[in-house]
Design a protein around this ligand. Structure first.
Ligand code: PMP
Length: 283
């Protein structure tokens, strides 16, 4: 693969970052993942906007202009022949001799790579996911998309070992989100319910788009707290994320959700999301 590293295009074998990079030593880095379908960038504007918010939270200036950022996304997809897959972008604070205190003027490290992936061919869309609830154990600033993903990675790996697809984090009895996706339920009355935005969860770009699409489709949408018990008695549940779009959840801690099969609301939102984005995607 051809990697973008600090203004240069390099082969992945030559893409090297210093051991003194604060991304490596302190997880002092943020990232974005944008899906590509049919050579088009999906929900690009949302991802670019959240990147800016994450950098602001780290008190780091945007290292490239908005126009350059878009061109880099198009260019890396083209250079790697990506028609379907994803583009990963990471920005770290940069390189400094190890010190908790960082100066204000560091030169950020910018890395981009692609992954070829058949994002439109997801077997879990047919079968649905089995989730396991676990205690929320991440830091309290989850609205920032940092690379500090260790707890999520440990918990998801353990869940896999036990036969689950993913974990669902629960804090004070309330659901926050899954390891790398937002979690939503459909109530017996047919409303889509998702947790309201705060520092407790990542403000998913797909989450925002799906809420808009649900409302356009005439579904009631509520943004509020909900408990693990409410999730267990939901009619349907689903996850949203940039590369899996809308993925149905059919069981939670071994208990069926609804019929235990992929529900009509989840299926419809998935179809509408893909259709809308193929029309709206940035070519
Ligand atoms: N929550 C977490 C913790 C995530 O890591 C992600 C994305 N990987 C999401 C939610 C979904 O966000 P988006 O729709 O922007 O991909």
């Amino acid at each position: 693969r051809t990697i973008y590293l600090n203004g240069s295009w390099v082969d992945e074998a030559d893409a090297k970052v210093s051991v003194f990079d604060r991304g490596f030593l302190f997880a002092d880095a943020i990232y974005e993942v944008t899906a590509v379908i049919d050579g088009k960038l999906i929900d690009y504007a949302g991802h670019a906007a959240r990147l800016r918010r994450s950098l602001d939270a780290l008190r780091t200036a945007m290292p490239v202009s908005e126009d350059e950022l878009l061109e880099l996304h198009k260019d890396i997809a083209r250079r790697n022949g990506i028609k379907e897959g994803l583009i990963y972008l990471q920005i770290t604070r940069g390189v400094q001799d190890r010190d908790f205190v960082f100066p204000p003027d560091m030169q950020p490290t910018v890395v981009m790579f692609t992954q070829q992936k058949r994002v439109l061919d997801n077997p879990k869309w047919k079968t649905g996911l089995a989730l396991q609830s676990v205690a929320e154990g991440r830091w309290s600033q989850r609205q920032i998309k940092t690379v500090q993903l260790l707890y999520s990675s440990l918990m998801k790996t353990e869940a896999h070992r036990q036969g689950y697809d993913d974990v669902l984090f629960v804090e004070d009895g309330y659901v926050t989100e899954a390891s790398s996706a937002n979690f939503h339920i459909v109530t017996p009355e047919g409303a889509v319910v998702t947790r309201d935005l705060s520092n407790a969860l990542l403000h998913g770009i797909t989450r925002g788009s799906i809420l808009d699409l649900a409302q356009k489709a005439g579904l009631a949408a509520e943004e509020r707290l909900f408990t693990l018990d409410e999730a267990k008695s939901a009619t349907e549940a689903f996850l949203t994320s940039a590369t899996s779009f809308v993925t149905p959840v059919v069981s939670l801690d071994g208990n069926r959700i609804g019929t235990g099969e992929v529900g009509p609301v989840s299926r419809r939102l998935l179809d509408v999301y893909i259709r809308e984005n193929l029309e709206r995607g940035v070519p």
